[in-house]
Design a protein. Structure first.
Ligand SMILES: Nc1nc2c(ncn2[C@@H]2O[C@H](COP(=O)(O)OP(=O)(O)OP(=O)(O)O)[C@@H](O)[C@H]2O)c(=O)[nH]1
Ligand SMILES: [Mg+2]
Length: 195
């Protein structure tokens, strides 16, 4: 099987053998193709091969999901990480749906630290030459904790992300969620607890 992969290279992705999921791991290891791609339909896989043959670029981009009950402090945590002022943090309102904060941090592996990307850095990056090394970046998703949003949130949940679960430590896990904070009446979440 490895011979076939080595012979066909990327064309193995559109070859009929891909319908056998047992070779997916080998293709992933030998060609570095993400396993999700191998499950796409024929047309999408053909498109992938066409684009990949034109050339590839390595991008270091992580995604983090901030999840938790309404009013737990998700947006406040995000603002604190961004180094926002107390004044700005006091203005935080309950998040509607979800907010995507794209590439707001740069990651430094050596020091295991994050740095907020400033507009100065964004401008510099826009002007950067092709030879510059791309920074490793982090995007954060700030989910609205109201239960009305849960059904659509599922679209965004992926295993290719890390999750931060925020809890209000002043609440007991067996305590019913405050209706003032999260309106769950008449929904399947009616009477649910912080746990
Ligand atoms: N005492 C205290 N209050 C906090 C803390 N974090 C957040 N709050 C307050 O809790 C309330 C809700 O905070 P948010 O950050 O909006 O909570 P959220 O989880 O984003 O809420 P949704 O967007 O509705 O899901 C605000 O009034 C915050 O000021 C904290 O660490 N300590
Ligand atoms: Mg919020």
């Amino acid at each position: 099987m490895n011979d076939l992969i080595d012979k066909l290279q990327l064309d193995i992705i559109t070859h009929c053998t891909v319908s056998d999921w047992r070779i997916h791991d080998r293709i992933r290891q030998r060609l570095g193709v993400p396993r999700e791609v191998l499950k796409w339909d024929q047309e999408a896989r053909e498109r992938y091969v066409e684009y990949a043959k034109r050339g590839t670029q390595t991008v270091h981009h992580a995604r983090g999901m901030i999840v938790g009950c309404a009013g737990a402090g998700k947006t406040t945590l995000l603002k604190r990480l961004q180094g926002c002022s107390d004044e700005e943090i006091e203005k935080v309102k309950s998040t509607e749906g979800l907010e995507v904060h794209e590439e707001i941090f740069e990651l430094y592996e050596e020091t295991k630290s994050l740095k907020v990307r400033t507009s100065y850095m964004d401008n510099r990056n826009n002007e950067k030459k092709a030879t510059d090394i791309e920074p490793k970046t982090l995007t954060l998703f700030d989910f609205g904790g109201q239960c009305a949003y849960y059904a659509c949130h599922q679209i965004y949940l992926t295993r290719r992300a890390f999750y931060v679960v925020v809890v209000d430590a002043s609440k007991r896990l067996n305590q019913k969620v405050d209706k003032e904070v999260c309106d769950q009446d008449g929904s399947v979440f009616s009477g649910w607890t912080y746990g």
